[in-house]
Design a protein around this ligand. Sequence first.
Ligand code: CAA
Length: 289
Amino acid sequence: MTIDIRRAVVLGSGTMGSQIAAVVALAGYTTALVDIRQEQLDHARAELTKRLDRDVEKGRRERADVDAAWERLTLTTDRDAVAANADLVIEAAVEDLTIKRSIFAELDAVCPPDALLVTNSSNIVSSRVADATERPGKVCNLHFFNPALVMACVEVVPHEGTDPETVEAAVAFVESLGKTPVKLKKEVPGFLANRLLNALRREAVDLYEDGVADFKDIDLAAKTALGHPMGPFELMDLVGIDVVYLIRLAEYEQTGDPASLPAPSITQKYEAGDFGRKTGRGWYEYPAE
Ligand code: CAA
């Protein structure tokens, strides 16, 4: 049986959720972007407008396509109203297991019984939320990368009990977005790309904390010797140091291994509220435009 996806809901209008919703609406789906805070939705609308208008100016998208995507995209705080008609819900809320489990239980109660419930989490594997629902076979991870409007990869990660039809539908959905599905055969926290990235980031932070080089020079090495588009410190600022910190804590919670804990320099920036681009300061400074 093929699963027909027409209406999608994205929960959480932060950096990831808002760009994922734009990608989904641009691909032709009736899409709702949901947040509990109206201010956050207003911010998401302003940011997306800026991004998509710039894409039109630069000739990367047609004005008609962007206008049509806005027609298909609703920004709302009324989650249950849009979830009641959803074929697919993509959860992109905070990396907190307790919150995610209650979201999945609540979605299970309001969504149509056939709807797929997926999480964009990079670290919380879907088996940990699937059992909060009565439809574990329709739950998996669908992991987008930042910035979601640009990055091609989406990791498709089933848990042991995910139905093969769910995986098939998730892969087809990712392809329909014009993205590249990368399939995992089994769950592992961090999946593929983040595990690769974490290894690089861990080494970069160790080198910095050991006083071997300035973080700017470590970034320079990654870019000019390895051909990475951004250095590991620039990337932390893009992804958000708060996100990096919370991912490390979530990993520690799953592994119990002290090596999973955030490094001191990351904890210090997190506690100072220096989250990167979104706060104007992280490893680098980002003066307001
Ligand atoms: N949102 C949307 N589009 C963006 C963007 C953003 N935040 N930043 C850049 N872009 C797009 C824009 O179209 C931009 O063109 P304009 O400046 O003309 O608008 C275009 O990319 C090029 O941007 P830049 O000239 O500023 O810089 P660039 O050529 O280095 O490209 C980049 C930017 C695409 C982000 C590139 O640097 C890159 O690929 N960096 C690596 C990103 C990466 O590794 N992402 C994965 C992060 S890990 C993750 O996401 C996992 C997780 O679980 C948290």
